[in-house]
Write a protein that binds this ligand. Structure first.
Ligand code: TYD
Length: 205
């Protein structure tokens, strides 16, 4: 029963890895809650739409950050905290680190503002482990090329380079809490490496 957050560029394979891990945990008889940000609640999904749409009034960076944080507060209170209390595994596609990588790294907002807002929105609820699926921006963009791109996916290459650098810096700063995986490897290998890490930490019996 652990809370894991999955991070990375769009196209890095987070949702596939989450589904792989979910199926392994379910086979072992564990209860698993899979959720995502922005979203995870009805209100969060409405906010998600406002954030990702490519028409209408695009939020300025500060408004963008506050919308993510509003969705996050609802998500933590309504989904994550109850799931933890219920002794479920929580597999969350993006969490507070996305705001640091995208809004500080990508949008260049001040890190200390984001740290404070993250703490406020989550009331200090934190994942037991962060899993970063690291991928070059070239490869990430190739992988999403056939999708209908959202507002972030349409950003220029240097935006995504700053996001990636933001993630890697965060993982270096907090090495004990982060597992950095090469997202260019085949998915079964990535999944096995993650399970190995969970075993090493004594979370996989
Ligand atoms: P995601 O659900 O990963 O997109 P997709 O459905 O295309 O896989 O995330 C939506 C976008 O929101 C993604 O580009 C990253 C961005 N994002 C932020 O900028 N800040 C945040 O705090 C979060 C949670 C996401």
């Amino acid at each position: 029963m652990k809370f894991l957050a999955f991070e990375g560029l769009d196209g890095s394979g987070k949702s596939t890895l989450i589904q792989e891990l979910k199926s392994q945990l379910t086979t072992k008889g564990q209860t698993v809650v899979v959720t995502r940000e922005p979203g995870g609640t009805p209100l969060g999904d409405e906010i998600r739409h406002l954030l990702l749409r490519t028409s209408g009034d695009a939020p300025v960076p500060r408004a963008e950050l506050l919308l993510y944080e509003a969705a996050r507060a609802q998500h933590v209170e309504r989904v994550i905290r109850p799931a933890i209390a219920n002794k479920s595994w929580v597999l969350c596609d993006r969490f507070t680190a996305s705001s640091i990588a995208f809004q500080a790294g990508g949008r260049t907002l001040a890190r200390h503002d984001i740290d404070w807002l993250n703490d406020f929105a989550t009331a200090h609820v934190k994942p037991d482990l962060w899993v970063l699926l690291d991928l070059s921006t070239v490869e990430a963009q190739e992988r999403i090329a056939n999708r209908e791109l959202d507002r972030f996916e349409r950003e220029a290459r240097d935006f995504h380079e700053r996001v990636r650098a933001g993630y890697l810096a965060l993982a270096r700063e907090n090495a004990d809490d982060w597992l950095v995986l090469n997202a260019g490897l085949p998915m079964p290998q990535i999944r096995d490496r993650l399970i190995e890490e969970l075993q090493k930490r004594g979370w996989w019996s």
